[in-house]
Ligand binder design. Structure first.
Ligand SMILES: *Cc1c(COP(=O)(O)O)cnc(C)c1O
Length: 334
């Protein structure tokens, strides 16, 4: 951030050649470090929530199908319906492996929505299942909310058509920006649907992205930071390994407790990046109060799990020393 101030980022016109080259570098760095296929395009938007809306406005021809087991997937489904799209939903339980062949997605649905990492309950949707959906429904677009896994987990972007993530989670950047990544198939669909009513309609987004620009004045600070972070982080293959190792250690650590434990029992459903810890309400209050006194800010529960869980972010920017501090703190509740 100090470098950004020194380099005068705050004074740059976002359509100036200086800023265009920063944005280009952010996109190239992102594609290189996250292994995004060359033919895919990257767009800068303001939030994952905005992306739900962009998808409803610019990519759904007739109907969308939503597969989910928690609050974020459900919100996406409900928001899409509110925006006037026809929707159908397929819900499953948090400890259940999503069995794609047991669902009959309607021929009317031209887009399938999946939440790769359900941040509310600490589960994930296996990429092998996304591959199965792609084989079963080759003509439909697949949109993946990877808000709490992109830049932490090695994603096979070729499996999906629209991927998105806000930068405040695994990217470790300040809030207020999100990234949308589209396949050539999604780009073609978005351009065919001809939504140019909304400022964030796909046609507008795409024509600006081709010039390494944005529809409106973007979060220039965050684009600059993304460009710098992408220069400095290792390849996603390496980050993925670290995250999986740390997750394994967290779940193992939790096995030794009697009053708290992993919310997700089936280890094949457990998220690698968000660890949801279950406790009864008294215990949870005790832990929260103690943590506050020791200057530890615990991630609270979400939605239906608000008062029954806290969540541990297993994001790449978290230091080993912080993990040790939290583990030492939690020991007293054994
Ligand atoms: C955090 C989160 C969102 C919402 O992100 P915003 O940046 O607040 O729009 C959406 N989906 C998932 C899976 C999330 O974890």
């Amino acid at each position: 951030m100090e470098d950004a101030v020194r380099e005068g980022i705050f004074s740059l016109n976002h359509r100036s050649s200086e800023f265009v080259s920063i944005l280009k570098s952010a996109v190239n760095g992102l594609k290189q470090k996250l292994h995004i296929p060359e033919s895919y395009e990257v767009y800068f938007i303001s939030s994952a929530t905005e992306c739900w809306e962009i998808i409803a406005e610019s990519f759904i021809q007739e109907q969308s199908a939503h597969i989910f087991n928690g609050a974020f997937g459900q919100k996406w489904f409900l928001n899409t319906g509110k925006l006037g799209c026809q929707t159908e939903s397929f819900q499953y339980k948090k400890d259940q492996i999503p069995l794609t062949n047991s669902w009959q997605i309607s021929p009317k649905s031209d887009l399938i929505c999946i939440t790769h990492n359900e941040t509310s309950n600490g589960t994930y949707f296996p990429q092998a299942m996304i591959a199965e959906l792609k084989t079963q429904y080759p003509d439909k677009l697949i949109a993946v909310d990877a808000t709490s896994s992109m830049a932490g987990i090695n994603l096979d972007f070729a499996l999906g058509d629209i991927w998105f993530s806000s930068v405040q989670k695994c990217f470790g950047l300040p809030t207020g920006m999100a990234i949308m990544v589209c396949s050539p198939k999604a780009i073609e669909r978005g351009l065919t649907l001809q939504n140019d009513i909304h400022y964030n309609g796909f046609i507008n987004l795409h024509h600006n992205a081709l010039k390494s620009q944005t529809t409106h004045t973007p979060n220039t600070m965050n684009i600059y930071l993304l460009h710098r972070v992408m220069e400095n982080v290792p390849s996603i293959i390496e980050i993925d390994k670290t995250i999986r190792k740390r997750a394994k250690e967290w779940y193992k650590f939790l096995e030794d407790f009697t009053q708290i434990g992993s919310l997700v029992e089936n280890d094949r459903c457990r998220s690698q990046t968000v660890i949801a810890v279950q406790a009864d309400e008294n215990m949870l209050n005790k832990i929260k109060n103690e943590a506050r006194q020791q200057d530890i800010l615990l991630g609270r529960g979400y939605g239906e799990w608000l008062n029954k869980t806290f969540r541990i972010a297993n994001f790449p920017a978290i230091h080993e020393s912080e993990i040790i501090k939290l583990k030492n703190f939690l020991h007293q509740f054994k």
